[in-house]
Ligand binder design. Sequence first.
Ligand code: URA
Length: 434
Amino acid sequence: MAQIEAFSAVEVIVSKRDKKILSDLQIDWVIDAYTRGVVADEQMSALLMAILLNGMNSHEISRWTDAMINSGERMNWSMLDRPTVDKHSTGGVGDKITLPLAPLVAACGGAVPQLSGRGLGHTGGTLDKLESIPGWRASLSNKEMLAVLQSCGAVICAAGAGLAPADKKLYALRDVTATVEAIPLIASSIMSKKIAEGTSALVLDVKTGIGAFMPDPERARELAHTMVGLGKRAGVKTRALVTAMDVPLGLTAGNALEVRESVEVLAGAGPADIVELTLILAREMLDAAGVKGKDPEIALRDGSAMDVWRAMIKAQGGDPDATLPRANEQAVFVAAESGTMLSMDAMKVGIATWRLGAGRSRQGETVQAGAGIEIHCKPGEKIVQGAPIFTLHTDTPERFGRAIEILSDAVVIGDLPTGGKVERLPLILDRIVD
Ligand code: URA
């Protein structure tokens, strides 16, 4: 016999359209009914747009998040002998921090159960990066995930179909209905997955600046506060850092290129901004989890973080010694004039990386492991005419033209006023603790 529905989708849409507060029962019903296919995509699209335009109060956001968590399973790591702690970044260009960070925190005494995603649009995805390592497998059963976590202290894998299924449907719908940008929807989407993942502590890296999907620092702060509030209500020790994404992080963007740079960091080298942010986030994670273990700087220096990385890659079928894929074709982009590099637009570098084949424009597309960009000069450095700024990599050279087109106005080279400094966002703009 058909289930009698408690509400109709239209009455829920009307409530939000007319700026009313949705009741707990309306929220529980609409998320459940959408997951069951009773509420149609076009009805949920209208509701999402009403939420984007009219907002939700903190109670509604919290209930919406709970309803998404309750649409699937909730993982439990209470059998582990160390506290669990995870990090989530809202994404940016060249943001490969998860790769060195997860093994580093494990080497210092935390357990890191990291469920990651794939890239869409101009930002890369952690799973796409790791999949450039020959043999490495992103899909693990819950049993396999636990085994890797127990043996290595850290695991990075894909979220299974059972985790927050409502978010999977909603996220795909938001992507095609221009409703990604609503803070209540972003906060509930991220936090439903992190709370369902079962971590006991969480550090959020909320990116801001031109290469972030929240370019305005005030909106990034609001998102950070909303997510920290949701974590606190759910009993997860949550903190957020608002960090700069005006310039790409590090000196590479693209899957295999970013793995190479991450391994350099684990070997005790690597670009200064990547090392600094990795250490800041590692200390924040260990502190949030109450772990008083080894100092992360020592764990990078003494090789213990690298040992965890190698074990973690092997445990998921990867070969940490394999040569990483390299794209078939390279092109060098040189400086048109001499001077100081005054700015580099992270968004344009991200789009160029994507145009070279490192990212996808539709879910399910394959990505080129070797495609991407090496950056030879960053803002604040001097450069002479004809010197390389970028090396572009792709397997499909017909992609160079469109990538070069967007890179041609991605950097500004000029003269600094005497005694002047290049204007950059500080690496850490804000810190929010629950
Ligand atoms: N990442 C998510 O998981 N959800 C969003 O809504 C935005 C970024």
